[in-house]
Each structure stands twice: as structure tokens, then as C-alpha cells.
Design a protein around this ligand. Structure first.
Ligand code: ATP
Ligand code: MG
Ligand code: MG
Ligand code: MG
Length: 511
């Protein structure tokens, strides 16, 4: 049924102590059933609250032996590869946590260098605690630690009550503003924390490629097609019908085409507002593929009211990112019915510089290098954006193998014959209508009118045009302080009121 289609756990709050477990209560943005676990090992106890899909016991999110325990939120995509080095019984029974446990036995903490997935994990081993993120840090992971206790969570807000600097500061991890003592585990890293000392060593398990590869056009196109096809296939559960959030842009249309071939059929869903939509372009793709397609129109006033939910879910303070995510959060919140596995076309523009609207190549690779060096901590891939309404989302363009390939292609394959994302368009050419393949990029924040509607809201409150960007930053900050730091229910935070207070403050500052 629906449940095999979803990972065993969406998130966790975990606490490791030398003895005497603690199952910490947690108020997650993630919606789901809470299950407490307590794993007593030879040298420590790991207690946790797992949050997971209702009706799906989170058994395969945990695994243990006498000295080691593993908890995982999310999922692994290269299970077959991993099993090929571990032997046929690897991961049996129990799934992804057991697979990690088997991998740890073979490789030690370096196990995480082998994993291609969308996950956050905590491992209690001997007197140490390992905290691991996937290459993209796509499932955010936070930690608060001191001598004698390591607490880790997939949502920073759940650590608010555990805070206060207790141990040594972590030099390698980013502090979370407003939550003293709370740090975000870097993307593509394992933090190895001594339970007695509370000090950490951080090991990188992935880094964005810096070198660029020259490839023949045909080879590059074939490589992109193969890598993306594998990534989409790995994200579809056997027998399940995935849902693709579809704009009619090349990124999501490519995913829809490959998913439709892999799964036999898919559902697709488009979001628009009363101001703007991409319904015609999405419909063209849905008709071409023969998907079961649905459109959801969110009135702009409702859209803007979801800003607190977006910040609460993303735990991000970046106003641009929040503008991209707002229409998607509105879409997921409007998606009623059973929990779905959702595939998106999110993130393709980062390695391909899809926003790069000019022909000169030097600037294109500057944009790729910059974006690949600065994505960590933005949380734009966070599953909480959809799990806040019970749905699991996954992003094939940020599959580790796809990303390694796309980043590394020389700029002339990305921008070619006057087209952005040329190599992707060429890879998808046979599967999609010509008009889709040649359609210029349009950002989700543009196609839904989100950026302009948010600007208008501020202008109407008297914010001068030149201060709009600064005001957006302040609104997002204030929403972060309220929903993440202070733990307020986003349903009780009024966007209008926050906008008014920011506008007033700016006016007083200007006077
Ligand atoms: P392009 O970047 O070329 O416009 P795209 O529209 O697929 O292609 P983005 O605009 O970057 O990609 O949007 C990111 C992702 O968000 C999309 O791939 C899609 O999965 C989702 N998305 C964007 N707009 C919508 C929409 N109107 N309805 C449903 N999903 C959307
Ligand atoms: Mg895109
Ligand atoms: Mg994009
Ligand atoms: Mg688009």
C-alpha cells in the first residue's frame, strides 16, 4: 500500500548518554506518528523520538548490535551497489538502517563515503556518536552537545529547549542564530563526537567537483540521460505511482518523462495563483505523456499567509530561498489525501546555471562554482517542506551521481547554441514536446507571481521600492525568530502583522 512507498522515518530527535536513556519529547514541523525508541548498548544508551508516516512502523529506521546503534531518517538510493560489496544478506532484515550498520562494520566511519542517499543518520558506537548527512545535506541535521550527552535532531527547533552552550564550540559546524549551543552538521560530512569530552572531529564525505570535463556532445547527452534515468528509477518504489510536481519547465518535465517510463504511469500536479500560473505549459507535458494531471490554484492572499509555515519548515533565513519554497509549500499543504512520494525537478539550475541568462561562459562557471560552494545551510532540499503535510519529496537532479556529472561538465555544454541547460534539453529531446524542450527557464517564484506578490505586500505597507529586498530579509528573520527560535505555531503567526512591524521599523529608522 502507500506505506512501502515512503521511508521508514521522516525525522528524529535523538539523545545519546553514557547510561540511562532519555526519550526526548519533540514538537516537529514534520507531520507524522511519534515512536519512542531506547537502545541500550554496552557503552552508552541512545534514546530517540522518531517521526514517521502513520501506520508504518519505523522498524527499518533503526538497527543495532551489542556495541552499535543506527538511526536513519530518509532513504538510500544505491542499495544494490552497497549490497554488491557487502554480500547478498546485507541489510537483511531491516532495510536502510541495517544496511548502514553492515556498512559500518566493513568500513568504519568511512561507510558514509559510499552512500548515495537522502538521509540524516545518528550512530552510537563504543563511547562515540557519529552524525552523518548525505552529500547535499538534503535532510538537515542539528546537534547540541556537551560532555556526557549528545543530542541531535533533524529540526533545529526541537533543540531549543535543550540549548545553552554546554561544551566546547564546534569549529567546523555552522551555529544556528538564536539557538545558542545548536549547530548544523555540514552537508556531506560525518561529525565524530566523543561522548565523554563532547568534542568533535568532522570528516567530509563529499565535496562538489572543482574540475571540469570536456566531453563529446553525444557522450555528454547520453551520460546525462543515463545518470538521470538511474536517479529517477532509484526514487520510484516498485508498484508505486509517484507524483511529479510539474511546471512544464524542462527540469520537472524531464523528471516526469523518465518517471512515467520507469513506473508505467504517474500522477502530475501543477500549482498556480490567481496572479500567474504555468498551467498551459504543464498540461502540454501531461497530455503528451498521458499522466493523471491535476491543477491547484492558490489565491495570492493564501499564498502569502503560508510564509510562516515555509520558514518553520525550511528553518532557513535566506529570503530568496524562501520565495522559491513558498509556492511549493503552499502546493504540498493543499495536497490532501494519502501520503505521496513526490519527485521534483528542483535544483537542476544550480549545477547547470539555469538562471544564467547570457551567452558568456566565464560568468556561467563562476555562478556554478559559487552556488556549489554556498548551498550548505540554505535547506532548500529539506524534506520538511513536504513532510509538514505528510508527503515525502525527493530531487533526482541532486542525486549524488547526477550532481557529480552535471557540475563537472564544461560550461560550453551547459550553454550552447544560445540555449540554457543545453545538455539537459538535448538529453530529453525525444521524450518531450518540442515546445517544452525549447521553453526558456522560468523560476517557480516567477511563474507563480510569488516574488512580485511579496514585494507588493511590502510596498502597500509603505516600504520604499529600494528597501524591499532588505524588508524581505527582515520579515524572514522575524518569522525564523518566532517559529523556529521561540517555537510559535506558524498558524498563529500573521504574515500581515510581521510585514507591518517591519515596515514600521524601517519607517522609524528612516525618519
Ligand atoms: P525551469 O527551471 O527550466 O523553469 P522547472 O520549472 O521544472 O524548469 P524550476 O522553475 O527551477 O524548474 O522549479 C523547481 C521545481 O519546482 C520544478 O522542477 C518543479 O518540480 C517544481 N515546480 C515549479 N513550479 C511549479 C508549479 N507551478 N507547479 C508545480 N510544481 C512546480
Ligand atoms: Mg529549474
Ligand atoms: Mg530551479
Ligand atoms: Mg520553472
Amino acid at each position: 500500500s502507500q506505506s512501502q512507498d515512503l521511508p521508514a522515518a521522516f525525522g528524529f530527535l535523538a539523545s545519546a548518554r553514557p547510561s540511562g536513556g532519555r526519550i526526548p519529547p519533540a514538537a516537529f514541523a514534520t507531520r507524522g506518528t511519534h515512536t519512542g525508541v531506547e537502545l541500550s548498548l554496552r557503552s552508552q544508551t541512545l534514546g530517540a523520538t522518531l517521526v514517521h508516516a502513520p501506520g508504518l512502523p519505523p522498524d527499518s529506521a533503526q538497527a543495532r548490535d551489542t556495541d552499535t546503534a543506527v538511526l536513519i531518517a530518509g532513504e538510500i538510493y544505491n542499495r544494490d551497489d552497497l549490497c554488491s560489496v557487502l554480500g547478498p544478506r546485507a541489510g537483511q532484515p531491516g532495510g536502510d538502517a541495517q544496511l548502514l550498520l553492515d556498512l559500518l562494520h566493513r568500513y568504519g566511519p568511512h561507510a558514509f563515503r559510499l552512500v548515495n542517499g537522502r538521509f540524516a543518520a545518528v550512530v552510537s558506537i563504543g563511547r562515540r556518536v557519529l552524525l552523518a548527512t548525505d552529500h547535499a545535506g538534503s535532510v538537515p541535521l542539528y546537534v547540541c552537545a556537551g560532555p556526557g550527552e549528545v543530542t541531535a535532531s533533524t529540526e533545529a527547533k526541537t533543540l531549543a529547549g535543550h540549548g545553552g552552550p554546554r561544551g566546547f564550540p564546534f569549529a567546523d559546524a555552522r551555529r544556528v542564530r538564536g539557538l545558542p549551543g545548536v549547530y548544523q552538521v555540514p552537508a556531506g560530512a560525518v561529525m565524530d563526537i566523543g561522548l565523554d569530552s563532547g568534542t568533535a572531529e568532522t570528516h567530509r564525505t563529499w565535496a562538489p567537483p572543482l574540475a571540469r570535463r570536456i566531453m563529446d556532445e553525444d557522450d555528454a547527452v547520453a551520460a546525462v540521460r543515463t545518470a538521470l534515468d538511474r536517479a529517477v528509477g532509484a526514487r520510484i518504489a516498485p508498484g508505486g505511482t509517484p507524483l511529479v510536481v510539474l511546471s512544464g519547465g524542462i527540469d520537472s518535465s524531464g523528471v516526469a518523462a523518465l518517471a512515467h517510463r520507469a513506473a508505467g504511469s504517474i500522477d502530475s500536479l501543477s500549482m498556480g495563483t490567481d496572479v500567474s500560473d504555468e498551467f498551459v505549459q504543464a498540461r502540454a507535458v501531461a497530455d503528451h505523456l498521458g499522466t493523471r494531471h491535476r491543477e491547484i490554484t492558490v489565491p495570492t492572499a493564501d499564498l502569502l499567509r503560508q510564509l510562516p509555515y515555509t520558514v518553520w519548515a525550511a528553518e532557513s533565513e535566506d529570503p530568496h530561498i524562501i520565495e522559491y519554497l513558498l509556492p511549493l509549500v503552499a502546493l504540498y499543504r493543499a495536497l490532501d489525501g494519502p501520503a505521496r512520494r513526490v519527485l521534483t525537478g528542483y535544483g537542476a539550475d544550480i549545477p547547470l546555471a539555469g538562471m544564467h541568462r547570457e551567452d558568456r561562459l566565464p560568468n556561467l562557471d563562476t555562478a556554478v562554482a559559487y552556488d556549489m560552494a554556498t548551498y550548505d545551510g540554505l535547506n532548500e532540499m529539506s524534506p520538511v517542506l513536504s513532510t509538514l503535510s505528510g508527503h515525502w519529496s525527493t530531487h533526482p537532479y541532486w542525486d549524488r551521481d547526477v550532481l557529480d556529472l552535471l557540475v563537472s561538465l564544461e560550461a560550453g555544454l551547459k550553454r550552447r547554441y544560445g540555449r540554457d541547460k543545453w545538455v539537459l534539453r538535448a538529453a530529453m529531446a525525444e521524450l518531450l514536446p518540442e515546445q517544452t524542450v525549447t521553453r526558456p527557464k522560468l523560476g517557480v517564484h516567477e511563474g507563480s507571481g510569488t516574488t512580485s506578490s511579496f514585494s507588493l505586500l511590502l510596498l502597500e505597507e509603505g516600504v520604499p521600492e529600494r528597501s524591499v529586498d532588505m524588508a524581505k530579509q527582515q520579515v524572514v528573520r522575524e518569522l525564523f525568530d518566532r517559529t523556529v527560535v521561540a517555537g510559535q505555531d506558524p498558524g498563529e503567526v500573521s504574515t500581515a502583522e510581521v510585514v507591518r512591524s517591519v515596515a514600521d521599523r524601517l519607517e522609524r529608522g528612516a525618519a
